[in-house]
Design a protein around this ligand. Structure first.
Ligand SMILES: NC(=O)c1ccc[n+]([C@@H]2O[C@H](COP(=O)([O-])OP(=O)(O)OC[C@H]3O[C@@H](n4cnc5c(N)ncnc54)[C@H](OP(=O)(O)O)[C@@H]3O)[C@@H](O)[C@H]2O)c1
Length: 246
């Protein structure tokens, strides 16, 4: 159970972040549902039963992250769990470029959300966790481990998250840190934007021959955040139906 825990979920207006927020609220946590749009955060929080608070947050702005964390401290007095889920939107044009065609500006854009966003939030949350401990779960992707033939900016940004998790885990014993390396998970951003042939090809990539559901990511995140994983930290947990095996 996550009763009495305060959890921040970035990018929680839809997709995987929304399911994580819902699962944490169902397990008793107080959940901060973040989106770049306050209207979207309110709409999504309104669909979740339990103790949920919508907040506006753009993870690419350092001043906004600092202001957000001050507000968290004033309003909730503590932060127990941080879920770094916000990710640069799936961009077909960028995704299908060969490595040598990718621009520096494109790499910067993805890094600014996925990697530096995770860095900004983690750095701001850690001081609030130092005394009472905490859990930081950051969302990465299997190409960060195995490499891929598409989406180089994304793999580069997501690979840095794995190293960041390990640093946090080793530097702070009372703050447990995990990376979730996801395979094909059917969110609006991925499944709903693909052609039937692309969906079929992606499903065939793993041994279960299917897409994963956001709920299957959310239940792993919730188990990591409670005491079930009390003696494990720094881990990369692959959730991909059996394709990339560590
Ligand atoms: N679905 C998959 O197959 C898959 C596979 C591997 C990894 N992942 C990762 O899982 C996470 C969630 O993916 P998803 O499929 O659920 O995609 P999604 O629906 O596009 O969700 C991404 C979220 O990130 C938020 N976001 C984007 N830019 C932001 C910014 N600058 N500041 C704050 N929030 C920002 C968006 O929220 P707002 O628009 O409301 O601000 C959105 O809710 C991402 O990190 C993604 O890379 C997904």
């Amino acid at each position: 159970m996550l009763k009495d825990k305060v959890a921040i979920v970035t990018g929680a207006s839809k997709g995987i972040g929304f399911e994580i927020a819902k699962e944490f609220a169902a397990r008793g946590a107080t959940v901060i549902v973040c989106s770049r749009s306050m209207a979207d955060a309110e709409k999504s929080a309104g669909l979740i039963k339990g103790k949920v608070y919508p907040e506006q947050l753009d993870v690419t702005s350092q001043p906004a992250v600092a202001k957000f964390m001050r507000h968290m401290l004033e309003r909730h007095r503590r932060i127990d769990i941080l879920i770094n889920n916000a990710g640069y939107p799936f961009d077909r044009k960028m995704w299908f470029k060969k490595f040598h065609e990718v621009t520096e500006e494109e790499v910067d854009r993805v890094i600014n959300v996925d990697l530096k966003g995770t860095f900004r939030l983690s750095r701001a949350a850690i001081p609030l966790m130092l005394k009472g401990g905490g859990v930081i779960i950051s969302i990465s992707s299997t190409p960060a481990i195995s490499g891929h033939t598409e989406g180089a900016p994304y793999s580069i940004a997501k690979a840095g998250i794995i190293a960041m998790t390990k640093h946090i885990a080793l530097e702070y014993g009372n703050i447990r840190a995990y990376t979730l390396a996801l395979g094909n998970i059917s969110s609006e951003a991925t499944f709903n934007s693909m052609t039937p042939a692309e969906k079929k090809k992606a499903a065939a990539e793993n041994s279960m021959r299917r897409w994963g559901y956001p709920k299957e990511v959310a239940s792993v995140a919730a188990s990591l955040a409670d005491d079930s994983f009390s003696f494990a930290t720094g881990n990369t947990i692959v959730i991909d139906g059996g394709a990339v095996l560590l």
